[in-house]
Write a new protein. Structure first.
Length: 148
């Protein structure tokens, strides 16, 4: 299985978000249609559904390409990704009018304000989650596909 090295890396990287995002979509649909949540959550899922699997796949390809030179552990490499996703997601959400950054916190859909003091620990939990998923799931897939 030596052919198509980067294609296998692309597929291994896209695996986790490709499975997770449809589950999140189901939660959003239930919240919107069954629980009658009035915020327009469908505008918030466009960015993750379109770009996150692609970014994970490209990020895994970058790890495969740079690992012989950097020797960076895959978990640490994966934990760097939220530092790119958070600012780009916030920028897109702000441009779409979904997110407003105020003095006290971030306001979603002009309805739910999250204080900045809560965003920081949640971001640290996200970093830990990304580290673990990349170390154990993406790393396992890379080994199974004879990538890393």
């Amino acid at each position: 299985m030596k052919n198509h090295f980067y294609l296998r890396a692309f597929m291994a990287g896209a695996f986790v978000p490709t499975l997770a995002l449809p589950l999140m979509l189901c939660v959003f649909v239930v919240a919107r249609l069954v629980l009658r949540v009035t915020v327009p959550i469908e505008r918030a899922i466009i960015f993750p559904m379109a770009l996150v699997p692609l970014l994970w796949a490209l990020w895994n390809m970058l790890w495969v390409a740079s690992h012989p030179r950097t020797h960076l552990a895959i978990g640490l490499h994966g934990a760097i990704l939220p530092f790119l996703l958070l600012p780009s997601g916030a920028l897109v959400a702000t441009c779409l009018g979904v997110l407003h950054l105020g003095e006290q916190g971030a306001t979603w859909f002009h309805a739910c304000t999250v204080p900045y003091a809560l965003i920081a620990p949640v971001f640290l939990c996200v970093l830990a989650g990304y580290y673990l998923v990349w170390k154990y799931v993406v790393g396992f897939l890379n080994r199974e596909l004879e990538i890393g």
